[in-house]
Design a protein around this ligand. Structure first.
Ligand code: HEM
Length: 142
């Protein structure tokens, strides 16, 4: 451990304030995609995971693979624990400026909801089918 008088003693925090002045875009994300310097995009937020790579129980390989793109899906597919999520704020750099998978999904869901606004029919059709079947059956018995 070398003494670094100039650095603030934020735990594990090397979120350089100077970097906050420019937005975190896909380009900046892609510029930090190596083991030596790795940023990760999760839920629309950018994290500097470089120092965490060696500690990651899932290994560094999987994390490097997610570099330069939205890692949210991979992260959620694993079903990370609350402990894992609590580690994130320490590595937080800033909000991502650009299209994330989540935004796309939200938009798709919104469109889906709008197009099914005549959704009453979805329930009406099987309901009518059951009634028709019932009367058909009554006629059959008569
Ligand atoms: C900064 C982001 C991440 C953090 C803080 C993190 C943290 C952790 C932690 C604490 C565990 C232990 C189990 C748990 O508590 O859930 C874990 C396991 C795991 N992680 Fe991550 N993880 C991150 C990103 C990722 C990504 C992007 C992947 C990509 C697929 C990944 C894949 C895995 C896998 C496969 C395991 C299971 C390891 C095992 O049980 O053998 N992680 N992670």
């Amino acid at each position: 451990m070398s003494a670094d008088a100039s650095s603030s003693s934020a735990p594990g925090g090397d979120a350089a304030p100077a970097e906050q002045s420019h937005p975190y875009t896909l380009e900046t994300l892609k510029a930090h995609n190596t083991r030596a310097d790795l940023w990760m995009l999760l839920h629309g937020k950018v994290y500097n995971v470089t120092k965490f790579l060696d500690e990651h129980p899932g290994g560094d390989e999987v994390m490097v693979e997610e570099a330069g793109r939205d890692a949210t899906e991979a992260f959620e597919d694993v079903g990370h624990s609350d402990e894992a999520r609590e580690m994130l704020p320490k590595m937080y750099l800033g909000e991502f400026h650009g299209e994330t998978k989540e935004k796309k999904v939200k938009r798709a869901t919104a469109t889906g909801a709008a197009s099914s606004s005549g959704g009453g029919l979805t329930y009406l059709v099987p309901f009518l089918a059951i009634i028709a079947a019932y009367f058909g059956w009554r006629l059959f018995l008569a």
